[in-house]
Design a protein around this ligand. Structure first.
Ligand SMILES: [Fe+2]
Ligand SMILES: [Fe+2]
Length: 207
């Protein structure tokens, strides 16, 4: 059963990666910061895997996979000295880093499907201190999109799937500033750091 699921996720991932508009953005990220690119590939795959568990329709799986792969595309606007810093970011660096969902939203303006950027801008909104929700007042176009997104339950669900996949991968992978964490610690941290639908935590921990 697991292998069937796995191969199906792989098939969907291949379909997502057959879209030149997605791969051209991913190439930008790969050239800017390899670790962010690898993380994005894992988050894209994991998002699709979770979406298959949710029995999403094909169109929604493609949308979810595209958004998962591109969720951190805004990091192409963040200096690599910050992305690759060993140790915690200082306040100024943290402010710059927290801009990446909005950078992603702006970068993806040319995509034919606007829902991808609606999910991308929301991928850090399900934390105890969500962003950019609290700092978006000055960004009219982003605010308009976020208002529309909140009224769309499918977009909200897909954004939560990307968000939980993103958090899981961040905790399960070694980073410059932390080791890969064991599953019990991942579960504990997800329970405190993910404020979306808690059933997605149970789903992601089955991986
Ligand atoms: Fe992010
Ligand atoms: Fe991420």
């Amino acid at each position: 059963m697991v292998s069937t699921l796995h191969s199906t996720s792989t098939v969907v991932l291949k379909r997502v990666l057959s879209q030149p508009e997605v791969t051209s953005y991913l190439d930008l990220l790969r050239h800017h910061h390899k670790e962010s690119y690898s993380h994005s590939m894992r988050v894209g795959f994991l998002s699709i895997d979770l979406g298959l568990d949710e029995r999403l329709a094909d169109e929604d799986l493609l949308l979810l996979g595209s958004a998962g792969l591109l969720h951190d595309i805004g990091k192409t606007k963040i200096p690599t000295t910050i992305l690759a810093k060993r140790g915690q970011l200082d306040a100024q660096e943290r402010t710059l880093m927290d801009e990446h969902p909005v950078h992603g939203f702006n970068l993806l303006e040319a995509l034919p499907d606007p829902r991808i950027r609606q999910i991308v801008i929301a991928h850090h909104e399900y934390k105890p201190s969500p962003y950019p929700r609290e700092g978006v007042e000055r960004r009219d176009s982003a605010r308009d999109v976020m208002d529309r997104r909140r009224s769309d339950s499918m977009i909200t669900s897909l954004a939560q799937l990307v968000a939980v996949a993103d958090l899981y991968d961040a905790l399960a992978s070694r980073r410059y500033y932390k080791p890969a964490l064991p599953k019990p610690q991942i579960e504990q941290l997800l329970r405190t750091q993910f404020k979306g639908n808690q059933k997605y935590i149970t789903a992601v921990l089955r991986r």
